[in-house]
Design a protein around this ligand. Structure first.
Ligand SMILES: [Zn+2]
Length: 247
Protein backbone atom coordinates (compact mmCIF):
# COMPACT_ATOMS: atom_id res chain seq x y z
CA UNK A 1 0.00 0.00 0.00
CA UNK A 2 1.50 3.29 -0.95
CA UNK A 3 1.52 6.31 1.26
CA UNK A 4 -1.19 8.37 -0.28
CA UNK A 5 -2.27 10.01 2.98
CA UNK A 6 -5.31 12.07 2.65
CA UNK A 7 -4.14 14.35 -0.11
CA UNK A 8 -7.54 15.20 -1.42
CA UNK A 9 -8.53 16.51 1.96
CA UNK A 10 -5.47 18.79 2.05
CA UNK A 11 -5.93 19.89 -1.51
CA UNK A 12 -9.47 20.92 -0.81
CA UNK A 13 -8.72 22.83 2.37
CA UNK A 14 -5.47 24.20 0.99
CA UNK A 15 -7.34 25.56 -2.00
CA UNK A 16 -9.88 27.23 0.29
CA UNK A 17 -7.15 28.72 2.48
CA UNK A 18 -5.37 30.10 -0.57
CA UNK A 19 -8.59 31.71 -1.83
CA UNK A 20 -9.08 33.34 1.55
CA UNK A 21 -5.51 34.64 1.45
CA UNK A 22 -5.94 35.96 -2.11
CA UNK A 23 -9.04 37.76 -0.90
CA UNK A 24 -7.14 39.22 2.08
CA UNK A 25 -4.39 40.44 -0.27
CA UNK A 26 -6.96 42.17 -2.45
CA UNK A 27 -8.68 43.60 0.61
CA UNK A 28 -5.43 45.09 1.96
CA UNK A 29 -4.67 46.80 -1.36
CA UNK A 30 -8.21 47.99 -1.99
CA UNK A 31 -8.50 49.30 1.57
CA UNK A 32 -5.23 51.21 1.21
CA UNK A 33 -6.07 52.84 -2.11
CA UNK A 34 -9.66 53.68 -1.16
CA UNK A 35 -8.47 55.25 2.08
CA UNK A 36 -5.80 57.17 0.18
CA UNK A 37 -8.17 58.49 -2.45
CA UNK A 38 -10.70 59.46 0.23
CA UNK A 39 -8.21 61.91 1.70
CA UNK A 40 -8.94 65.19 0.04
CA UNK A 41 -6.02 67.31 1.09
CA UNK A 42 -2.60 66.87 -0.47
CA UNK A 43 -0.94 67.15 2.90
CA UNK A 44 -3.08 64.35 4.33
CA UNK A 45 -2.31 62.16 1.33
CA UNK A 46 1.36 62.97 1.83
CA UNK A 47 1.34 61.90 5.47
CA UNK A 48 -0.70 58.81 4.74
CA UNK A 49 1.62 57.60 1.98
CA UNK A 50 4.67 58.43 4.03
CA UNK A 51 3.45 56.46 7.01
CA UNK A 52 1.64 53.54 5.40
CA UNK A 53 2.30 52.73 1.78
CA UNK A 54 5.35 50.51 2.14
CA UNK A 55 3.88 48.68 5.14
CA UNK A 56 0.66 47.90 3.31
CA UNK A 57 2.48 46.72 0.21
CA UNK A 58 4.68 44.51 2.35
CA UNK A 59 1.69 42.97 4.15
CA UNK A 60 -0.05 42.35 0.82
CA UNK A 61 3.12 40.76 -0.59
CA UNK A 62 3.33 38.33 2.33
CA UNK A 63 -0.29 37.20 2.10
CA UNK A 64 0.02 36.90 -1.69
CA UNK A 65 3.18 34.78 -1.45
CA UNK A 66 1.65 32.43 1.13
CA UNK A 67 -1.53 32.17 -0.96
CA UNK A 68 0.46 31.32 -4.08
CA UNK A 69 2.61 28.82 -2.23
CA UNK A 70 -0.39 26.95 -0.85
CA UNK A 71 -2.28 27.16 -4.13
CA UNK A 72 0.57 25.71 -6.19
CA UNK A 73 0.82 22.80 -3.77
CA UNK A 74 -2.83 21.90 -4.20
CA UNK A 75 -2.50 21.50 -7.97
CA UNK A 76 -0.87 18.09 -7.91
CA UNK A 77 -3.40 15.32 -7.66
CA UNK A 78 -1.41 12.33 -6.43
CA UNK A 79 2.04 11.50 -5.15
CA UNK A 80 3.88 9.93 -2.32
CA UNK A 81 4.27 11.55 1.01
CA UNK A 82 7.99 12.09 0.50
CA UNK A 83 7.42 14.06 -2.66
CA UNK A 84 4.68 16.07 -1.09
CA UNK A 85 7.06 16.97 1.72
CA UNK A 86 9.85 17.85 -0.73
CA UNK A 87 7.49 19.99 -2.75
CA UNK A 88 6.30 21.81 0.35
CA UNK A 89 9.90 22.40 1.42
CA UNK A 90 10.93 23.76 -1.98
CA UNK A 91 7.87 26.00 -2.00
CA UNK A 92 8.77 27.44 1.40
CA UNK A 93 12.36 28.08 0.35
CA UNK A 94 11.31 29.76 -2.89
CA UNK A 95 8.77 31.79 -0.94
CA UNK A 96 11.46 32.98 1.48
CA UNK A 97 13.80 33.94 -1.34
CA UNK A 98 11.11 35.88 -3.21
CA UNK A 99 10.06 37.44 0.10
CA UNK A 100 13.59 38.72 0.72
CA UNK A 101 13.76 40.11 -2.82
CA UNK A 102 10.44 41.94 -2.43
CA UNK A 103 11.47 43.24 0.98
CA UNK A 104 14.67 44.67 -0.52
CA UNK A 105 12.84 46.23 -3.44
CA UNK A 106 10.39 47.91 -1.07
CA UNK A 107 13.14 49.11 1.23
CA UNK A 108 15.72 50.34 -1.23
CA UNK A 109 14.19 50.97 -4.65
CA UNK A 110 10.57 51.74 -3.97
CA UNK A 111 11.36 54.79 -1.78
CA UNK A 112 12.67 56.62 -4.88
CA UNK A 113 9.26 56.28 -6.46
CA UNK A 114 7.47 57.24 -3.24
CA UNK A 115 9.71 60.28 -2.82
CA UNK A 116 8.85 61.50 -6.30
CA UNK A 117 5.12 61.28 -5.65
CA UNK A 118 5.50 62.91 -2.25
CA UNK A 119 7.36 65.83 -3.78
CA UNK A 120 4.57 66.31 -6.26
CA UNK A 121 1.96 66.23 -3.49
CA UNK A 122 3.94 68.67 -1.39
CA UNK A 123 4.47 71.26 -4.12
CA UNK A 124 1.18 71.12 -5.98
CA UNK A 125 -0.41 74.53 -5.43
CA UNK A 126 -3.05 74.46 -2.69
CA UNK A 127 -6.42 75.89 -3.55
CA UNK A 128 -7.61 78.70 -1.34
CA UNK A 129 -10.97 77.98 0.29
CA UNK A 130 -11.58 81.75 0.31
CA UNK A 131 -11.09 82.60 -3.35
CA UNK A 132 -10.95 79.18 -4.98
CA UNK A 133 -7.68 80.16 -6.60
CA UNK A 134 -4.27 78.49 -6.37
CA UNK A 135 -2.18 79.78 -3.50
CA UNK A 136 1.49 80.66 -3.60
CA UNK A 137 4.18 78.84 -1.66
CA UNK A 138 6.37 81.31 0.21
CA UNK A 139 10.13 80.96 0.20
CA UNK A 140 12.09 80.31 3.38
CA UNK A 141 12.79 84.03 3.69
CA UNK A 142 9.25 85.15 3.10
CA UNK A 143 7.60 82.65 5.37
CA UNK A 144 9.10 83.74 8.69
CA UNK A 145 6.53 86.48 9.12
CA UNK A 146 3.81 83.86 9.24
CA UNK A 147 5.49 81.43 11.60
CA UNK A 148 5.38 82.03 15.32
CA UNK A 149 8.61 81.99 17.29
CA UNK A 150 8.19 78.40 18.40
CA UNK A 151 7.78 77.27 14.80
CA UNK A 152 10.78 79.27 13.66
CA UNK A 153 12.95 77.85 16.41
CA UNK A 154 11.80 74.38 15.54
CA UNK A 155 12.60 74.95 11.89
CA UNK A 156 16.02 76.37 12.66
CA UNK A 157 16.98 73.62 15.02
CA UNK A 158 15.33 70.35 14.19
CA UNK A 159 14.56 68.52 10.99
CA UNK A 160 11.23 70.20 10.61
CA UNK A 161 10.01 72.21 7.67
CA UNK A 162 7.04 74.47 7.62
CA UNK A 163 5.49 75.31 4.27
CA UNK A 164 3.47 78.48 4.18
CA UNK A 165 0.91 78.86 1.41
CA UNK A 166 -0.68 82.23 0.87
CA UNK A 167 -3.71 83.33 -1.04
CA UNK A 168 -2.47 86.60 -2.47
CA UNK A 169 -5.94 87.91 -3.02
CA UNK A 170 -7.37 87.47 0.44
CA UNK A 171 -4.24 87.02 2.54
CA UNK A 172 -5.48 83.64 3.75
CA UNK A 173 -2.58 81.42 4.79
CA UNK A 174 -2.20 77.72 5.28
CA UNK A 175 0.72 76.26 7.19
CA UNK A 176 1.85 72.68 6.74
CA UNK A 177 4.42 70.90 8.84
CA UNK A 178 6.83 68.38 7.36
CA UNK A 179 9.11 66.19 9.42
CA UNK A 180 12.55 66.26 7.89
CA UNK A 181 13.80 63.14 9.58
CA UNK A 182 11.32 61.02 7.66
CA UNK A 183 12.81 62.14 4.41
CA UNK A 184 15.76 60.05 3.38
CA UNK A 185 18.80 61.57 1.71
CA UNK A 186 21.14 59.98 -0.73
CA UNK A 187 23.89 58.03 1.01
CA UNK A 188 27.38 59.09 -0.14
CA UNK A 189 28.61 55.55 0.39
CA UNK A 190 26.09 53.33 -1.41
CA UNK A 191 24.11 55.99 -3.30
CA UNK A 192 20.75 54.68 -2.19
CA UNK A 193 18.17 57.12 -0.93
CA UNK A 194 18.41 55.63 2.54
CA UNK A 195 20.34 58.10 4.68
CA UNK A 196 18.23 59.35 7.56
CA UNK A 197 18.62 61.52 10.62
CA UNK A 198 18.57 59.19 13.60
CA UNK A 199 19.34 61.67 16.37
CA UNK A 200 19.59 65.39 16.91
CA UNK A 201 21.46 66.81 19.83
CA UNK A 202 21.98 70.36 20.95
CA UNK A 203 25.69 70.69 21.75
CA UNK A 204 25.56 74.35 22.67
CA UNK A 205 22.36 76.16 23.47
CA UNK A 206 22.17 79.53 21.77
CA UNK A 207 22.11 82.64 23.91
CA UNK A 208 21.29 86.21 23.02
CA UNK A 209 25.02 86.82 22.45
CA UNK A 210 26.18 83.64 20.85
CA UNK A 211 25.04 81.13 18.31
CA UNK A 212 24.41 77.60 19.43
CA UNK A 213 25.38 74.35 17.83
CA UNK A 214 23.33 71.34 16.89
CA UNK A 215 24.68 67.94 15.92
CA UNK A 216 22.73 65.76 13.55
CA UNK A 217 23.51 62.07 13.41
CA UNK A 218 22.79 60.26 10.17
CA UNK A 219 22.70 56.58 9.46
CA UNK A 220 22.17 54.71 6.22
CA UNK A 221 19.51 51.99 6.40
CA UNK A 222 21.16 50.07 3.64
CA UNK A 223 24.90 49.98 4.19
CA UNK A 224 25.07 51.24 7.76
CA UNK A 225 27.19 54.25 6.82
CA UNK A 226 27.18 56.85 9.58
CA UNK A 227 27.99 60.51 9.63
CA UNK A 228 27.34 63.57 11.70
CA UNK A 229 27.13 67.19 10.83
CA UNK A 230 27.16 70.26 12.98
CA UNK A 231 24.63 73.00 12.37
CA UNK A 232 24.55 76.52 13.72
CA UNK A 233 21.57 77.61 15.72
CA UNK A 234 20.77 81.29 15.35
CA UNK A 235 21.24 83.60 18.32
CA UNK A 236 18.19 84.15 20.44
CA UNK A 237 16.47 87.41 19.81
CA UNK A 238 16.93 89.82 22.67
CA UNK A 239 13.58 90.58 24.26
CA UNK A 240 12.60 93.94 22.85
CA UNK A 241 12.11 97.08 24.89
CA UNK A 242 13.83 95.59 27.90
CA UNK A 243 15.27 98.24 30.17
CA UNK A 244 13.92 101.05 28.03
CA UNK A 245 10.61 101.44 29.72
CA UNK A 246 12.04 101.94 33.19
CA UNK A 247 11.46 105.55 34.07
ZN1 LIG B 1 24.50 53.69 2.32
Amino acid sequence: MSDYFNLEFWNLWGRMASYVLFAITAFILIYYYIKLSSLGEYKKKYDYINRNEINYLWAASITLLIALGIFINTLVIGGELVWIAVRAFVTIMMGLIIGVIISNLLKFYYPFYVEKRLKKLRYTPRISPKSGKPMKLLTEDEEDVYLDEGMQAEENVFSVDYDVWIDEETGYTKIEKYAGHLIALQCPECNYQTLKVVKEEIIDSPTTNEEGELMKFYKCDYCGYKERKAFRIAKLKAPQDEGITSS
